[in-house]
Design a protein around this ligand. Structure first.
Ligand code: FMN
Length: 177
């Protein structure tokens, strides 16, 4: 069955829009429904404050409540899941999403941006949380470095270059219209 006959959902978490840019590229290439994950209680704007909050959530395994609701997840065959790296881990809201919905039997396609200092266990955690899904090889690329005041970078020439990388990855994992 080719991707064109499958139903695609693209869910992503993004703070400074780099992961959102990848989600948009994937959406251009494969279509489907594009959904940003929003929280009941948004994270603080301040960098130090969010670093501390995420560290605490990672330590306790806290799962923040999502404001975003997906209408009948059953209808989707392929679910792209996009996330940043926070403290070398999969961000807590993405864990909330993966735990909250029944993704068994679906193809899960993870994608990531990071600041270039490491993705740690992010992709492994997706696999752990989706034991009954087929998890594809993920895409990862360097996004912003908020720590150093570098925010949105996947635009202009960089966006064009990343688009080619995304296309090559989609061909490799055989998800391409
Ligand atoms: C709280 C916090 C923790 C982060 N931890 C990491 C990390 O462990 N490794 C890394 O490479 N980047 C880390 N980053 C940087 C982001 O992953 C990177 O800037 C990413 O491109 C942001 O994606 P976005 O623009 O979609 O929000 C962290 C950023 C924040 C705000």
């Amino acid at each position: 069955q080719s991707i064109s006959t499958k139903k695609v959902l693209i869910v992503y978490l993004s703070r400074t829009n780099n992961t959102k840019a990848i989600a948009n590229i994937i959406h251009d290439e494969v279509g489907g429904k594009l959904v940003a994950l929003e929280l009941e209680r948004p994270y603080p704007e301040n960098y130090q404050a969010i670093v501390q909050q995420v560290a605490k959530e990672n330590e306790t395994g806290y799962l923040p409540a999502l404001k975003t609701k997906i209408d009948s997840i059953d209808q989707y065959d392929v679910v792209f899941v996009g996330f940043l790296t926070w403290g070398m881990k999969l961000p807590p809201p993405v864990k909330s999403f993966l735990k909250q919905y029944d993704l068994s039997g679906k193809t899960i396609v993870p994608f990531n941006t990071n600041a270039g200092y490491g993705i740690g266990s992010t992709f492994e955690t997706v696999k752990e949380l989706c034991p009954k899904s087929k998890v594809s090889d993920g895409f990862t690329t360097k996004g912003g470095i908020e720590r150093d005041g570098v925010y949105f970078v996947i635009q202009g020439e960089k966006e064009k270059q990343v688009r080619e990388e995304v296309k090559a990855w989609l061909r490799k994992i055989k998800i391409q219209n």
